[in-house]
Design a protein around this ligand. Structure first.
Ligand code: ACO
Length: 331
């Protein structure tokens, strides 16, 4: 890795046009705009049309990023796609479907399952693949259609999630002075697997012939447990990233956290003594889009022109698995 850098050369996103407000939800279930905003910071979420699957949003975000990079899909060597809501269980991977949709015929393609930390894991996986083989460009995507696995009768979870996709293009350069992905820290704690789970449909508990498919196929969450884990995961990861990079918080331009709940980010910022303004938050508009939330936020600040060359960015993700981790990126 010493003689090369892995740069982010472009970003993209895809947000379904249908926007659902808290008041829209309150018309269907026993909740309120006031409760959702005060407990989560969420105001709206975007919901994909019934005909739209994960690969559709992923391909749109990918095309958006390819357009910014001005590069041809045939120049992509690797596609790594993080999702908890793949088009199909097991096979084919959603990444393969995206490869076909965007005509990236020279790329090999695979999915990553790491809950809401998926994009952080995917960046490191793609960077590793670029650094060891005869490969130059990778397309890294986080894409979710969480509305398909949401129990719309469970007010404890259905107000939290939204649909969307974000993508980046990574490029290997031999320019040692270039910035890029400097370091990644990844963690997992499988003992917490049950706190965020889609119970049915897999090999542990498949549906049997004649059985009615019910809400056990949807996301089930122990909110309090996940909340406590999340605050500790953000805090520990940010401390470890600063230590690993030998940076002080004043060196950091922006922290891009997974957008799960504004209160989680606020609690971590207080615990660490980091001003909340350092954290980029767009959860009010998009809710929790799991593995898509970090790349969507990255694309948003990039297109808003809020990043300049040399800026230091930390990402921090946490979610199902349980998984957590973060990336150090020099823009
Ligand atoms: N509207 C109104 N009332 C509600 C709602 C709602 N949508 N949801 C729960 N309540 C009620 C509960 O029924 C309960 O009422 P009760 O006291 O009469 O029993 C009360 O509000 C408090 O419920 P809690 O679950 O204790 O509420 P809490 O303050 O813990 O907030 C929340 C719940 C927002 C889910 C919180 O626990 C949380 O944010 N957890 C982490 C969630 C998260 O980050 N998940 C994603 C991470 S992983 C991923 O991104 C996939």
């Amino acid at each position: 890795m010493k003689n090369m850098a892995i740069e982010i050369i472009a970003t993209g996103r895809a947000i379904p046009p249908k926007r659902v407000s808290n008041d829209d939800l309150a018309a269907q279930i026993d909740t309120s705009d006031e409760w959702i905003r005060s407990h989560t910071g969420i105001g709206y979420r975007h919901i994909a049309d019934e005909s739209v699957a994960c690969s559709d949003l992923a391909a749109e975000a990918a095309k958006n990023a390819l357009e910014m990079a001005g590069c041809c899909p045939l120049s992509i060597d690797v596609i790594v796609l993080a999702t908890a809501t793949a088009d199909y269980y097991g096979t084919p991977s959603t990444a393969c479907i995206v490869q076909d949709k965007i005509s990236a015929r020279n790329a090999f393609a695979m999915d990553i399952t790491a809950g809401c930390t998926g994009f952080v894991y995917a960046l490191e996986t793609a960077a590793g693949l670029l650094s060891v083989g005869p490969r130059k460009r990778a397309l890294v995507i986080g894409a979710e259609v969480l509305s398909r696995v949401t129990n719309w009768d469970d007010r404890g979870t259905c107000v939290l999630f939204g649909d969307g996709a974000g993508a980046v293009i990574l490029e290997r350069t031999e320019d040692k002075a270039a910035g890029g992905l400097l370091q990644t820290l990844l963690y997992a704690d499988g003992s917490g697997a049950e706190s965020l789970i889609m119970r049915r449909g897999g090999s542990r508990s498949p549906y049997k012939k004649g059985e009615t498919i019910d809400t056990s196929i949807c996301i089930e969450m122990n909110g309090q447990e996940v909340y406590n884990f999340a605050v500790k995961a953000i805090t520990d990861t940010l401390e470890a990233l600063l230590k690993a990079g030998n940076f002080s918080i004043d060196d950091v331009t922006r922290i891009i956290p997974h957008q799960a709940n504004a209160r989680i980010v606020l609690a971590a910022s207080k615990r660490l003594g980091i001003p909340i303004e350092k954290f980029y938050l767009n959860i009010e508009q998009f809710a929790n889009t799991s593995s898509a939330s970090i790349p969507i936020a990255l694309d948003e600040i990039n297109r808003l022109g809020q990043l300049k060359k040399g800026d230091l960015i930390l990402t921090v993700g946490f979610g199902g698995g349980l998984t957590y981790g973060g990336n150090i990126i020099i823009w």
